[in-house]
Write a protein that binds this ligand. Structure first.
Ligand SMILES: [Zn+2]
Length: 288
């Protein structure tokens, strides 16, 4: 099967997946625990989430490795297991994906602010991302997905770490309802910076619902780059101690068509998005 870039070049619209950790929490993962351990200790649960999204129509699934960089894992005293957790998650995903479905290895932020705002030197972030990027590349990832980043300096460290692997790089950043990162960078500026740094696909995930993400997609699409979009299913509301999201699968599907019309080429969901949301998106986009 052709790889990610060839499939995008051919004009295909790819459906990605929805949330991972909320589904794992439904299977007993404690909310204070780190989901990456389950790639090794409960692989069947992780595989069942991959399968649920593939069955719902995903063309591209994201691995259970968002918090799998050694700096983030160090919080739990398991930094030295980063390669193991990342490789296991990609191998599991590749097994479920078969020939048709692409596997994007998820890499999220370190959880620390980089210099000069924070204390983490960019070189230290790059070294941590390199461990993760090398592990997922060696395990056969079809793409490396830097997601939920809000700081261009930190995502730059990630891109630099991943470029030598030769694996296609997707970068999606998180914006607020005003279309800016928490650092104050607008979507069009972020888009141009990510392209200049060497990203193959750019876009946005998390933070906001589909309504607020539409102008972000429109701003990024002015660059002509391949765009990936994964909004939350609305804004989180805590009801009776449970976090809920109120955008329905049908509503997400309507927005998905608007994202594609605005130029998006990979469409899925983030927090609060379930296999039902992905099934509705796949149906709407494929029949449009
Ligand atoms: Zn999210």
């Amino acid at each position: 099967m052709p790889g990610l870039i060839d499939r995008l070049k051919s004009g295909e619209i790819l459906i990605s997946d929805g949330a991972m950790s909320t589904l794992l929490q439904g299977m007993g993962l404690h909310s204070g625990a780190y989901p990456e351990e389950w790639n090794v200790t409960n692989p069947e649960a992780v595989a069942s989430v991959y399968r649920a999204y593939i069955d719902a129509g995903s063309d591209l699934i994201c691995t259970n490795t968002c918090g799998g960089n050694p700096i983030k894992l160090d919080r739990y005293g398991v930094a030295s297991r980063a390669e193991e957790f990342n490789a296991a998650s990609v191998r599991l995903a590749k097994q479920e994906a078969g020939e048709r479905v692409l596997v994007a290895a998820s890499i999220g932020p370190t959880g620390h602010l980089l210099e000069p705002l924070g204390e983490l030197p960019p070189e230290a972030a790059e070294a941590a991302f390199k461990i993760q990027a090398d592990a997922v590349a060696a395990a056969g990832a079809d793409a490396i997905l830097f997601e939920t980043f809000f700081d261009l300096t930190e995502i730059e460290a990630g891109i630099k770490a991943a470029l030598p692997t030769g694996v296609p790089i997707i970068c999606t950043m998180t914006f607020d309802a005003n279309g800016r990162t928490v650092m104050g960078v607008d979507a069009a500026t972020a888009a141009r910076a990510l392209i200049d740094l060497g990203a193959n696909v750019i876009g946005s995930n998390c933070g906001i619902g589909p309504d607020a993400m539409l102008p972000v997609v429109e701003a990024m699409a002015t660059t002509g780059a391949y765009i990936m979009v994964q909004p939350n299913a609305g804004l989180p509301k805590v009801v009776g101690g449970q976090t809920t999201y109120d955008v329905t699968p049908e509503q997400m599907a309507e927005y998905a068509k608007q994202f594609v019309d605005a130029g998006a080429r990979i469409v899925g969901g983030c927090c609060g998005s379930t296999p039902e949301h992905i099934a509705a998106i796949a149906k709407a986009v494929r029949s449009a």
